[in-house]
Ligand binder design. Structure first.
Ligand SMILES: [Zn+2]
Ligand SMILES: [Zn+2]
Ligand SMILES: [Zn+2]
Ligand SMILES: [Zn+2]
Ligand SMILES: [Zn+2]
Length: 202
C-alpha cells in the first residue's frame, strides 16, 4: 500500500528539501539529528563538520595552499596576486616562470647576461638594455624606466622581434656579396609565409 505514495513528496521542515512522503519521518529524524543549516551560507552541513565548514568557507582568514600562510580574507586577492612568495611569476629577461621568492635572485643572474648591440658593436647587459636604448639610440618614448610594468611589457614587445632582427644585417651583407642569394631568401620567406598562412595551398 506504500507503493503509490512513493512519488508524493513532502518538504522537510529542517532542510527544506523535497523528500518522498513515505520516507519523511525517517528522513526528518535523521536530518534534524545530524544536519545543521549553516547560518552564513544556508548550506546543510553535517553537525560534526560544521566547524570545519565554517573554517573553510566563512572564517575571516584564508589559508594559502601555495605558501601555507594564513591571510586575512579581505587581503586574499592581494596576497594571491602580488604578495604570495610562492606565486608563479615570469622573469622579465627570459620569461621563465618561477616562484616569486626566487625571482630576485634569478633576475640578478639573468639580467647580467649580455646581448650584442649591432649598432654600437658591443655587448649590453639585459638589465641595462632599456637605459642603453634610451641613452644611445634615442628611444626616449619610454621615460618611465622605473616602472616595472613598463619594463615587462617593453621586454615582451622586444622578445619576439629579437630573433628576426638579429640575423638581418648579416643576411643583408650576404645579399650584397652574392646577389643571387636574394632570390633564395625571397623564396624562403615566401615559402615560410605560405607555410604559416596556407598550409594546404597546393
Ligand atoms: Zn531534511
Ligand atoms: Zn556555510
Ligand atoms: Zn601564499
Ligand atoms: Zn630569466
Ligand atoms: Zn647600442
Amino acid at each position: 500500500m506504500a507503493t503509490t505514495s512513493e512519488s508524493v513528496t513532502t518538504t522537510c521542515g529542517h532542510c527544506e528539501r523535497d523528500i518522498p512522503a513515505s520516507n519523511i519521518d525517517l528522513h526528518y529524524a535523521h536530518c534534524s539529528r545530524n544536519l545543521q543549516k549553516c547560518s552564513f551560507c544556508g548550506d546543510m552541513v553535517p553537525r560534526k563538520h560544521i566547524d570545519e565548514h565554517y573554517d573553510e568557507s566563512h572564517t575571516p582568514q584564508v589559508n594559502c595552499s601555495l605558501c601555507n600562510e594564513t591571510v586575512e580574507r579581505e587581503s586574499w586577492p592581494l596576497h594571491k596576486g602580488e604578495k604570495c612568495s610562492q606565486r608563479i611569476v615570469t622573469c622579465q629577461y627570459c620569461e621563465f616562470p618561477l616562484p616569486s621568492v626566487d625571482l630576485f635572485k634569478h633576475q640578478e643572474i639573468c639580467g647580467n647576461r649580455t646581448e650584442y648591440c649591432h649598432v654600437c658593436n658591443k655587448y649590453v647587459r639585459l638589465r641595462e638594455q632599456i637605459e642603453h636604448e634610451i641613452q644611445f639610440h634615442g628611444n626616449s618614448n619610454d621615460t618611465a624606466v622605473s616602472s616595472r610594468d613598463r619594463r615587462i611589457s617593453e621586454q615582451e614587445e622586444r622578445a619576439p622581434g629579437r630573433q628576426d632582427r638579429d640575423p638581418s644585417p648579416k643576411r643583408l651583407l650576404f645579399t650584397i656579396a652574392i646577389t643571387g642569394i636574394a632570390v633564395l631568401i625571397g623564396s624562403f620567406l615566401f615559402q615560410r609565409r605560405v607555410d604559416n598562412n596556407q598550409p594546404h595551398s597546393f
